[in-house]
Design a protein around this ligand. Structure first.
Ligand code: CMP
Length: 136
């Protein structure tokens, strides 16, 4: 049975700043994802705090929110069969040092903070995150 899903992807400030958004979008395309919607925006720190609320108790929360709001980002709805897992595989491990060859974070990530991309980690969060950026 087919299981077409949508997931939220963010190209983070470190990658947009280095003009890597075109190459990253191409990797999505080559790997069979359709970019259903996309926009380039810069968010306020308060919005980043809402977006990353699941991490609010973590020691890295404040830096993470400062970082996500530090420059332009590209937010996208990606669609594909089993898109949530497929995107996580294509991104690679959170820490680029641990990411497998051929993954976005291995190729472009600088550090665990500047890891170039974010992707939803579950169907439930994909819906919440897509609504966060794209619900009118
Ligand atoms: P992301 O997938 O956007 O989700 C939360 C982000 O927190 C993660 O990518 C990392 O960039 C960042 N982060 C910083 N420190 C850590 C850490 N120790 N563990 C997990 N994520 C971290």
């Amino acid at each position: 049975m087919s299981n077409i899903e949508q997931t939220l992807s963010i190209i983070k400030p470190d990658a947009v700043e280095r003009n890597l958004d075109g190459q990253i979008k191409e990797m999505f395309s080559i790997n069979g994802f359709t970019i259903v919607q996309e926009k380039k925006i810069q968010i306020e720190k308060q919005e980043a705090e809402k977006f990353y609320k699941v991490h609010e108790t973590k020691p890295f929360y404040d830096d993470l929110c400062t970082y996500l709001s530090s420059g332009p980002i590209v937010v996208m709805i990606l669609e594909k069969e089993n898109a949530i897992l497929a995107n996580r595989e294509l991104m690679g491990s959170t820490n680029p040092k641990d990411a497998a060859e051929g993954t976005i974070r291995k190729k472009f990530g600088i550090s665990i903070d500047k890891n170039s991309v974010h992707g939803s980690d579950s169907a439930e969060n994909a819906k919440i995150e897509i609504d966060f950026f794209f619900k009118s």
